[in-house]
Design a protein around this ligand. Sequence first.
Ligand code: SF4
Ligand code: SF4
Length: 139
Amino acid sequence: MDPSTKDYVAIVQCHIVKQRCAGYFCEQALQQRTGGFAAYPADRTYRHVMIDCGGCCGRGLQRKLANLVHQLEKQEGITRDRVAVQLSSCITKDSHHGPPCPHLDYLKTLIARMNLEVGEDTRISRLTESRRESGEYQA
Ligand code: SF4
Ligand code: SF4
């Protein structure tokens, strides 16, 4: 995915993690262009929404994204090729929240079938990254 072609970001949170996380650090990473957003050009403005996967197995994500792309195009003429879907780090990586989502490939398949482009990771915590490097966390 080339973030320089996007104007809108749908940050996807794990439904389970979202029960206790507002997503502050995901949003901060987007604003600061860190972690999974490091390749997003700093001189480009992105609007965003935070959505969750809808719960295991993640199939509800399809309906949420369908609603989002429908409204974006209908209300503002923003087409899906200008939308990036970014999977949060608590979905893609091992962390204190748990191992990566067991349905990660399924989520990516759903997104690809909607002709949306997907990026992985949002906030990368230094502490968590050091634990991955030491082998305490797996990936
Ligand atoms: S990556 Fe962190 S801030 Fe973002 S949704 Fe997961 S736990 Fe919350
Ligand atoms: S499908 Fe994955 S991201 Fe969604 S609630 Fe289950 S573990 Fe979390």
